[in-house]
Design a protein around this ligand. Structure first.
Ligand code: ZN
Length: 91
């Protein structure tokens, strides 16, 4: 008898949430108050990923960041840059 190392469960990435055979993508960072936290539940992982792509979520390399968090981060970056510029002109 050959022992198989593969189990019956489909291997799902860490950013995928599975519930009742439906799939969704969760926000990796959950940084802002209006973070979506989780995308729409779809029949497959592929559809769930398509959904977040269409909603302009960003893939970080390890997970997905919802557009609300992306916007929150950008605002922070822009503010910081602005402060730096202001400092420079103040001397
Ligand atoms: Zn988020």
């Amino acid at each position: 008898m050959v022992m198989s190392l593969e189990n019956n469960h489909e291997k799902i990435p860490i950013y995928i949430v599975q519930k009742d055979n439906r799939y969704s993508v969760k926000c990796q960072i959950n940084r802002v108050a209006d973070c979506l936290e989780i995308g729409e539940f779809c029949d497959s992982q592929e559809e769930a990923l398509e959904w977040v792509e269409e909603e302009c979520w960003i893939f970080s390399g390890e997970g997905w960041i919802c557009y609300a968090c992306v916007e929150g981060i950008w605002k922070k970056v822009v503010n910081k840059r602005q402060e730096k510029e202001d400092d420079r002109w103040k001397g």
